[in-house]
Design a binder for this molecule. Structure first.
Ligand SMILES: [Mg+2]
Length: 304
């Protein structure tokens, strides 16, 4: 069926505004004060920024692989943060990953980095719990959030480094994952990559790093690479080498079950801070965090 001119216009406007995890009916760019998208001019800087945000090259590559697998399989990816909404949106733009995320949603009530205007009552998530948001979004996408047929479950996955966010999440709907308080990244791997990363050594040294990082600690709590590999194996349908252990039948069974679970998911929810990004918060892109990068940016206005 041919779409009318009016609906075509509406659609293209929506697509443009959606860039960087923005939607006109919720965290619209205009209301957030975001009227443009940012990208680095120099591809080397994009790569270094990716390394900085993910903490190590291994992590950057594997997250990218997972996000691309989701895109290929049309599994929408939502970020739900209780942190700095605008910082996360700008970070995603600068990573060059805007097309890999459906939306960034903030549950924070405070106003400054999270204006959260009530544009649409049903999409007003400030003060809501992450499980509440997950149920709302699943409902909106027509994915049953109360599916009773266990053979169809899980329908969604949710990664968060904070187990507190899983309270009240119905496990029959959502597969949750966090590193259980155990270290997922060793300090040596992180420091090795950071030593040659300009965002670590100079750009964010005075601002972001000192406010947020845990680089002086020995270990980083973070999503396990093993978990990400299981997710990629399930979503792509191609089990990655070395993902299924050969040494323990019980462990092997568990991993195969995990991969099977990921085969069924129709949607992926991610916390950002210390789940996708290694940092406790995104750069706020104000003051020093902005002045040192601004000459390296291409700023593209979002047209209405
Ligand atoms: Mg977190």
């Amino acid at each position: 069926m041919k779409r009318s001119r009016k609906s075509r216009q509406k659609y293209s406007r929506y697509r443009r505004l959606q860039k960087g995890g923005l939607r006109p009916d919720t965290n619209s760019g205009e209301v957030l004060g975001i009227t443009d998208t940012w990208s680095f001019i120099d591809p080397e800087l994009i790569s270094k920024f990716q390394g900085y945000i993910f903490g190590a090259k291994t992590y950057k590559n594997i997250w990218l692989e997972l996000l691309q697998a989701c895109k290929t399989k049309q599994i929408p990816v939502y970020v739900i943060t209780s942190g700095n909404l605008i910082g996360v949106i700008r970070t995603i733009q600068l990573l060059g990953f805007s097309d890999l995320f459906e939306e960034v949603i903030s549950t924070r009530l405070s106003s400054d980095p999270n204006p959260n205007p009530e544009i649409h009552k049903e999409r007003y998530f400030a003060g809501k719990t992450k499980p509440d948001v997950i149920r709302s979004i699943m409902k909106e996408k027509g994915i049953p959030y109360d599916e009773k047929d266990e053979t169809k479950l899980p329908l969604a996955a949710f990664f968060d480094d904070d187990p507190g966010h899983f309270v009240d999440l119905n496990t029959y709907v959502v597969k949750t994952s966090y590193s259980g308080g155990k270290p997922a990244m060793l300090n040596s791997e992180f420091m090795n990559d950071m030593r040659t990363n300009i965002f670590f050594t100079s750009i964010f040294s005075s601002g972001h790093k000192t406010r947020y990082n845990k680089y002086n600690q020995i270990e980083h709590n973070f999503t396990y690479i093993d978990e990400l590999n299981r997710a990629i194996s399930g979503i792509t349908g191609v089990t990655k080498d070395g993902v299924v252990p050969t040494f323990s039948e019980i462990y092997k069974k568990g991993v195969l079950k995990d991969i099977d679970d990921y085969k069924k998911i129709k949607i992926l929810f991610l916390d950002w801070d210390q789940t996708v990004s290694v940092w406790q918060g995104p750069p706020d892109f104000k003051g020093a965090d902005f002045s040192l990068i601004k000459d390296h940016l291409v700023i593209t206005p979002i047209h209405k």
